[in-house]
Design a protein around this ligand. Structure first.
Ligand code: ZN
Length: 170
């Protein structure tokens, strides 16, 4: 997912500067597509930042990242992790949910913790999946939406795989 700099700059140079500094604190993508926050952390392991936006202050690096890329100001929404890594600020690993959805999600993950992915707990695609996705997308037979449905991941995750944002070593 790309950051819309036109949208960012429409709020003036001060905001644009804050966003530019925020972006420098997002670490490189690991083999699972997770991006580590390079700043301070809360006791629970979330990226710690108070970030002033034109709509209000947002607390938490993962919430700020998701806001900047989705342009959705969260109000009471939770930025939920698909990957269970509170330090991760990869936008493709985050989704806006209500508090109730967040609790349900954590409950579902608690039960499913040993059945996910390879190498690290956060991976939902395997190396073989990645090869198939790239080949089939390049072949033009499948859209990203169709591949997302088939592999039970988000369109963002497929887009990241296709554009080498994740799994660069394959
Ligand atoms: Zn992640």
């Amino acid at each position: 997912m790309r950051l819309d700099w036109g949208w960012v700059s429409s709020f003036g140079p001060a905001f644009q500067g804050r966003v530019a500094r925020f972006i420098t604190k997002i670490g490189a993508s690991d083999q699972c597509g997770c991006r580590r926050w390079l700043g301070d952390f809360t006791v629970k392991g979330y990226g710690k930042i108070y970030f002033t936006t034109p709509f209000g202050v947002i607390y938490g690096a993962h919430r700020v990242a998701l806001f900047l890329y989705t342009r959705h100001y969260p109000y009471k929404d939770c930025a939920c992790h698909k990957c269970d890594n509170p330090w991760c600020v990869a936008v493709g690993h985050l989704w806006w949910g209500s508090r109730a959805e967040n609790v349900l999600d954590m409950y579902a993950k608690g039960r499913a913790v040993n059945v996910r992915g390879e190498q690290c707990g956060s991976s939902v695609l395997t190396r073989i999946d990645v090869k198939i996705i790239r080949k089939e997308f390049a072949g033009g037979l499948y859209t990203m939406t169709a591949l997302a449905r088939r592999f039970h991941v988000s369109v963002e995750a497929i887009s990241d795989v296709v554009h080498l944002e994740t799994w660069r070593d394959i």
